[in-house]
Design a protein around this ligand. Structure first.
Ligand code: AHR
Length: 509
């Protein structure tokens, strides 16, 4: 009996010592993580723009020229580098001329794409650029190929970027903007395989080439041109576009949404989900790695010079809409699970930093995997917001290779994912940052960080007791980052990661 007890004690002690080791190679810096990997997406969809961000200058909600001060203030802390607008599917029904000039004279249309509500065009080109300039972000404008024309896109670009005295820039000046706007990216259509026109890759590629021919700007104002690509397992769009549009584009876009059940008809709930949907969601989100790998393999074959970027310009979780909300508004709660999903994707994007040069999470406010939720004048920050905030030092940082040892599998049924996901980079401030995700819903994990010495380090953790822990307007701070201890000894650092957590460690200076 005594022997058994001792053996058991030894076994338990052994288990307690089990740890994952992350060895960082600081001597072999890799590619820089483009700041635009942390881009956002704001579509004319539900309350994503109207109500959630734009309330108009006459609103009682404090605002600057119509944009909510509380929401803009919160988003500024994320150092939002880039905002994609006006869609999404909406982009292929949007006619830019309807969104300029006096707001009370703009036409009211039906947003047939999202909820069938009236779209009064209050937010148009000038308002959008006011938003990005208030945020200190760059602009990603998505052109209309579906119901527009090469001429309409070319004229929009001229309106935005020209400094000539021709009619369109003069109209821009008349509408209150003297200097050209800076357009960082311009896309020709969106999801051409679906809502953008149900096209085939070769047909779209021809239209893309035709449109891109006429997208002329002054050399200093030239945006990166985006060819709208495929989604999910489909690499045919990347294949076609990287061959036939290679010399006329800067990158090919790609969309992948994480759906707990994998079925669009019943996607799964944002909160109160069963335990197996914690796993299925993380397992589904890890498919991003395969999708990027498969598409990058195509790019490497057709574009070995690495001229083209792979732009994941829509990604994130997509759940069943919250009960009682307009199904066309795609409003969903956001839990700790979403923060873990975000961090896993960041780590994947960092691993492919040479090709994945821009991404946009869908979407910024009140839609799908949002940073911010609002209810009239109230606002809360989601767990996903906090993941973005914790990862700010990775914007423009230089990736550092790492190796994982002792990383156990987190299994469910016949499937498994790694328990620990890690990413390391040297920030612009000279510090080494190590981001860690513990995917396991109930097992804590000790993580040793080697290769960085036992220098001074600090860390923050995002975690909670419940898998679906989330912030509400009544309890807006239920999930938020907190400091976590980092032990430095024997030439390494050690962090005891709680179950289901995201940790970012800042090392040295
Ligand atoms: O983000 C919501 C929608 O998802 C976008 O409008 C569309 O491009 C995608 O299908």
């Amino acid at each position: 009996m005594k022997k058994t007890m001792i053996a058991l004690a030894m076994l338990t002690a052994g288990l307690a010592q089990a740890a994952t080791t992350v060895t960082v190679d600081t001597a072999k810096p890799g590619p820089v993580i483009n700041k635009d990997v942390y881009g956002q997406f704001a579509e004319h969809l539900g309350t994503g723009i109207y109500g959630g961000m734009w309330v108009g200058p006459k609103s009682k909600i404090p605002n600057t020229r119509g944009w909510r001060n509380d929401v803009i203030g919160a988003l500024k802390k994320l150092h939002v580098p880039l905002v994609r607008w006006p869609g999404g599917c909406f982009a292929d029904e949007y006619h830019w001329r309807e969104g300029i000039g006096p707001r009370n004279k703009r036409p009211v249309k039906i947003n047939t794409m999202w909820g069938g509500v009236d779209e009064d065009n209050a937010v148009g080109t000038h308002e959008f650029f006011d938003l990005v300039e208030q945020l200190g972000a760059d602009a990603y404008v998505n052109g209309n190929l579906g119901t527009g024309s090469p001429q309409e896109m070319a004229e929009w670009l001229e309106y935005m970027t020209s400094d000539n005295k021709s009619t369109l820039p003069e109209l821009r000046r008349k509408n209150g903007r003297d200097k050209p706007f800076k357009v960082a990216y311009f896309a020709v259509g969106n999801e051409a395989w679906g809502c953008g026109g149900n096209m085939k890759p070769d047909y779209y590629a021809n239209l893309y080439r035709q449109s891109a021919t006429f997208l002329k700007t002054p050399p200093a104002g030239r945006p990166k041109l985006v060819a709208s690509g495929g989604n999910d397992n489909d690499t045919t769009w990347t294949e076609e576009l990287s061959k036939s549009a290679k010399n006329m584009t800067d990158g090919i876009s790609f969309h992948y949404y994480t759906i707990p059940t994998g079925k669009w008809e019943v996607k799964g709930a944002a909160t109160g989900f069963p335990a197996n949907e914690w796993f299925s969601t993380l397992n589904a989100t890890m498919r991003m790695e395969d999708h990027i790998r498969n598409n990058v393999a195509v790019l490497d074959r057709n574009d070995p010079e690495k001229k083209l970027g792979f732009y994941v310009d829509e990604w994130g979780t997509w759940y069943d809409v919250e009960k009682g909300t307009n199904a066309g508004f795609l409003y969903q709660q956001n839990t700790l699970r979403d923060a873990v999903v975000a961090a896993l994707n960041f780590n994947i994007f960092h691993d492919h930093a040479d090709r994945v040069r821009m991404t946009n999470i869908a979407q910024m406010v009140n839609v799908l995997q949002a940073m911010v939720l609002t209810d009239n004048e109230k606002m809360l920050l989601t767990p996903t917001y906090h993941a973005y905030e914790m990862y700010v030092p990775f914007q423009g940082a230089t990736t550092l290779p790492l190796a994982l040892e002792g990383n156990r599998k987190y299994a469910s049924g016949d499937k498994s994912i790694a328990q620990v996901s890690a990413s390391a980079a040297r920030g612009k401030d000279g510090k080494v940052y190590v981001a860690l995700v513990n995917t396991h819903p109930s097992d804590a994990e000790e993580v040793n960080i080697a290769g960085v010495g036992d220098r001074k380090a600090s860390a923050r953790v995002l975690t909670a007791n419940e898998m679906d822990a989330h912030n509400t307007f009544a309890k807006p701070d239920a999930v938020k980052p907190a400091p976590i201890a980092v032990q430095a000894s024997g030439g390494k650092l050690t962090v005891k990661m709680p179950a289901k957590s995201v940790v970012v460690v800042a090392i040295g200076g």
